[in-house]
Design a protein. Structure first.
Length: 246
């Protein structure tokens, strides 16, 4: 058997998320079908984590096993020739048989993109916030996150929750009317980034006080986190591994 890791970039607009689903087109299924045609055998992709419908990726990582050897550069060329133009393969690498994209991941970076002036080229690629934002208050909300390792209140209700999260870095960049927020952590709960952004934007709009946000986090209750940013502004930027660089 041979194990291959793919680094994948995609626009998630036309897909119902990463994970294969009944009666819905997904990123996983789209790539698996092309791999199965190439190898003439069943292929299952294991991703570093699923992305929801409408969410994009700049550096998703997935691996699969096959009984047939292929040079990585040939596989990369084939996939980029046959995949839809909203999915591309950045790199392919043969990895040890015990490598698992999900369980071997040591951290991730997510990017969230906000824009405050209408721009059709950012449509479905970011969150258009048309009301006036107080950037200083927004940053205070982001800085508050760094003080906590339990962000249960900022997760999807009913999901299995791993409590201890190490927030490693938060960066915010302004470029005219575009705001890029990057969050790097040991791992992420489902909806966590979108809920973080949803709440800090409400702080920036003056609709939520910083103290109220603090109380929401400290409640450790997913039902308390009520603000969810739209999926189209979210990008899985990078996945980190100890012994793998893609």
């Amino acid at each position: 058997m041979f194990n291959y890791a793919l680094k994948i970039k995609y626009i998630g607009t036309n897909y119902h998320g990463w994970q294969r689903q009944k009666n819905q087109i997904s990123i996983q299924e789209t790539i698996e079908k092309k791999l199965e045609k190439f190898y003439q055998e069943h292929i299952k992709l294991i991703a570093s984590g699923r992305t929801d419908a409408g969410v994009h990726a700049l550096g998703q990582v997935a691996n699969f096993k096959t009984s047939k050897y292929t040079k990585p550069e040939i596989l990369k060329k084939y996939l980029n020739a046959v995949l839809p133009r909203d999915i591309s393969i950045i790199n392919v690498k043969q990895v040890p048989l015990n490598f698992n994209s999900r369980f071997d991941a040591k951290g991730k970076t997510y990017l969230y993109k906000i824009y405050t002036e209408p721009d059709p080229f950012l449509y479905q690629r970011g969150w258009y916030v048309y009301k006036k934002l107080n950037f200083e208050d927004l940053e205070k909300g982001l800085n508050l996150i760094k003080n906590y390792t339990n962000l249960t209140s900022l997760a999807k209700k009913g999901e299995y929750l791993r409590e201890e999260i190490e927030i490693r870095e938060i960066q915010i960049r302004y470029s005219r009317y575009i705001i890029d927020i990057e969050i790097t952590a040991s791992h992420f709960l489902r909806y966590m980034v979108r809920k973080i952004i949803g709440h800090v934007v409400q702080i920036g709009l003056g609709s939520l006080k910083l103290e109220e946000f603090k109380q929401i986090i400290e409640a450790k209750d997913p039902s308390k986190g009520k603000f969810l940013a739209p999926p189209e502004g979210l990008y899985l930027k990078e996945v980190y591994y100890t012994d793998l660089k893609l």
